[in-house]
Design a protein around this ligand. Sequence first.
Ligand SMILES: O=C(O)CCC(=O)C(=O)O
Ligand SMILES: [Fe+2]
Length: 304
Amino acid sequence: MSISTKPRTFEFVTPAARLHVGPRAVGSSARFQPARFAVEPLGPCLGAIVSELDLSQPCDPSLIREIDHALLEYKVLFFRNQRITADHQRSFAGHWGEFEVHPFLPKGGNAAVTRFEKSDKVAGTENVWHSDVSFYERPLLGSVLHAIDIPEGAGDTLWTDMATAYDLLPDDVKELIGGRTATHDWAHNYGVSMGQTRFAAERDRYPIRHHPIVRTHPQTGRPILYVNELFVTEIDGMSALESASLLTYLIAQARVPEYQIRWRWKTGDVAFWDNRATQHYACSDYWPQRRVMERVGIIGDVPS
Ligand SMILES: O=C(O)CCC(=O)C(=O)O
Ligand SMILES: [Fe+2]
């Protein structure tokens, strides 16, 4: 009989010291420059402002290919001062796939639109690093978020690059997490205020999912650290203590400032992010002011 060994635990060490070997400098000449619109990179890992595009106008296939290329390259695209309706937003997002209809959140101008309406009565609760609906069998490829009403000087959203977060993990951690899965669930957040009957029905529709901790981006082929604080509850196949320790370490990677960008919204802005390669965090610093956002989510692949 073997004597139980000391569980392996992880300390969070900021990887900033290794950053010079990781992300590229802003504006590196290797970066994609489209022909049909202008892009201005925002940070070394991710983010770019797109100008000279009107999202209320139809997009032809070659334009969509260029936007997709920019999305893969920059991971979050920002389109300023757009005058779009919920139907324009849905049409634009529809070039990338089918829409999600979020099971738990309020709807906006059409069924594809999820509305986040905050006020003195409803505080912002999206201030947790996450990848949208990772508890789906097929989580979102991306999200198109439209700023409807933005408080003065507050209510920023941050994004973080989980491909760089993976690249800069120590080799022994990469070895440990390779081939493993984690449990993704919604019950501890959307489920808490639900009656038992509804919970049972939703549980049938949205069972607990197990996704790889490291997924491969289906288009770029890059490995991505696919573990988030909002929906991941444990690392599969480990003791509770080891799982908790490793999970704490992995979700902390999203918090490294060097991997992030932060966007100061103006009403009319639209952000389109790659939900496979990034996580985001909506800063909840504006209560009791009103803040309204509308999102169209695009269904993606089964993570593998
Ligand atoms: O309100 C925001 O800035 C982002 C909310 C969010 O998490 C989302 O749209 O997926
Ligand atoms: Fe989100």
